[in-house]
Design a protein around this ligand. Structure first.
Ligand code: GLN
Length: 498
């Protein structure tokens, strides 16, 4: 049933409601597609065939009984492998958690299931979400589905750290997927794989059941082929959760209600610092064209200078590593996952477990973070970074007095080849120069496809808004998407393989 692959949520639900197809058929079509092609792409750490079929059968029973259906009834979804799914491994693509089975579902998992979603699997990622290419997975790197289009046979990364979730959506393995975004891990891969990815306002989506990386920055968010699919998924997962102390007390919002409203009069700020040096020329051109599209839709676009953004990267790599060093202290062989069996005393058991269980990038971050928090250096690094973080937040507040939303590229480059940046961590870190600021400020941001470069690779545009402007962001993304046709573009070579 290849015609079921790559369909939007509303299209699939139309087919289900009119009984033209069964949820079981939608599910099997996607599972077969995964079984045939994921051997090349490696988007999944675990494919949950049994669970998916059970959930699809339940939806079919509901349809037969004429029950009211959930927002995601019968829709194939995938979960990043740092989001708990009861009874299946949640590995964070790390050896240290390779055999960890969570005893409960994350709140987002529960909420997706309450809406009838069909979970096809857990997706590959950079180990503990640390990376920008998914090459830091302890298991295997994920291939960007756009690599399969001939592209000089180049093997391209899907971006990261949510590379598996993003490749899953781009390849049509699942209609939507959840990722996590600490410094860009949803938006940067979305731009590399030509899909829509959103980091919601900090605290809008519960993180109960998300394995923590950097707690003041982490957010779960949706990836989809269209803004509407992202809005539907966000409506399902957002809203207060008493299990997460950082969860906002906001009432539940339907992100579809304003989605299709015109954006005439929208004040859009163009961040000058993110449209010059360090950003590939073709990407700058694409964003300038997108700004013209916004103008034609009635938006008022003007430059805004944000000089403190140049500090975002160093600030992030102090705060994120400091928080990671604390969060990852729990993996010591005592309660979770891997445990060295040879050691005679507890201290060497800790050492050996962590030495064998963590990969090089995770170790680098734990060391950097521990250093930044240590006596004598705390004030110079961690405290200073927190102060500069406040300055960055203030700069956003000022910008939002004049503008409703801000626009810039998502990433300074398009998808790069495997191995291109693995030996140079700094150049890898620079991938996130445009995405990190939104995490530091706790504000929502979305990446959507806005063009293709000369090689035919997707380019992403990023919109950011003040806290809780998530609905407006999606509205602005939808407006662009409906006047252009960059959304829902499957990687060409993949089409021939479906
Ligand atoms: N690439 C960034 C990092 O390595 C962001 C990761 C993320 O958002 N999880 O820290």
């Amino acid at each position: 049933m290849k015609e079921l692959i790559g369909k939007s949520i509303s299209k699939l639900q139309e087919l289900l409601a009119s009984k033209q197809v069964k949820a079981k058929e939608v599910c099997d079509a996607h599972l077969n597609h995964i079984d045939r092609l994921d051997k090349e792409i490696f988007a999944f750490n675990t494919v949950t065939h049994g669970l998916a079929r059970k959930q699809a059968e339940l939806v079919d029973q509901q349809i037969a009984a004429g029950d009211k259906l959930g927002k995601l009834a019968g829709i194939p979804i995938a979960l990043k492998d740092n989001i708990c799914l009861q009874g299946y491994p949640t590995t964070c693509s790390s050896k240290i958690l390779a055999n960890f089975m969570p005893p409960y579902d994350a709140t987002v998992t529960k909420r997706l299931f309450e809406q009838g979603a069909v979970c096809v699997g857990k997706t590959n990622m950079d180990e503990f979400a640390m990376g920008s290419s998914t090459e830091n997975s302890a298991f295997k790197p994920t291939l960007n589905p756009w690599s399969l289009m001939g592209n000089g046979n180049k093997k391209l990364v899907p971006g990261g750290s949510s590379g598996g979730s993003t490749a899953s959506v781009a390849a049509g393995f699942s209609t939507v997927a959840l990722g996590s975004d600490t410094g860009g891990s949803i938006r940067q891969p979305a731009s590399f794989c030509g899909v829509v990815g959103m980091k919601p306002t900090y605290g809008l989506v519960s993180r109960f059941g998300l394995v923590a990386f950097a707690s003041s920055l982490d957010q779960i968010g949706p990836l989809g082929r269209t803004t509407e699919d992202v809005a539907i998924t966000l409506s399902a997962i957002a809203g207060h959760d008493s299990h997460d102390s950082t969860s906002l007390p906001e009432p539940k919002v339907d992100f579809l209600s304003d989605l299709k409203k015109p954006i005439k009069g929208l004040r859009l700020g163009i961040i000058s610092e993110l449209l010059g040096e360090g950003i590939e020329a073709e990407i700058q051109e694409a964003i300038k064209k997108a700004i013209e599209t916004y103008r034609s839709l009635g938006a008022k676009c003007d430059q805004v200078s944000m000089p403190n953004l140049k500090h975002a990267l160093p600030v992030y790599y102090i705060i994120a590593t400091a928080e990671a060093s604390a969060n990852l202290a729990r993996y010591d062989g005592v309660r979770y996952g891997l445990r060295d069996k040879e050691s005679k005393d507890v201290l060497s058991m800790y050492y050996k477990t962590r030495q064998a269980g963590f990969g090089a990038e995770v170790k680098r971050r734990i060391m950097l973070g521990t250093f930044a928090l240590s006596t004598g250096y705390y004030d110079a690094y961690y405290k200073k970074a927190q102060q500069v973080r406040q300055l960055i937040k203030n700069e956003f507040d000022q910008a939002f007095q004049k503008f409703d939303l801000l626009i810039c590229p998502t990433s300074p480059s398009v998808a790069f080849e495997f191995g291109a940046k693995t030996s140079d961590p700094l150049s890898m870190y620079l991938s996130d120069i445009a995405t990190i600021p939104a995490n530091l400020a706790g504000i929502p941001a979305v990446s959507l496809p806005c063009s293709f470069d000369k090689q035919g690779l997707p380019i992403g545009l990023q919109l950011m808004g003040p806290a809780l402007s998530d609905a407006k962001l999606l509205q602005a993304a939808f407006a662009f998407e409906s006047t252009t046709n960059f959304d829902n573009q499957p990687p060409p070579a993949l089409l021939t393989k479906v």
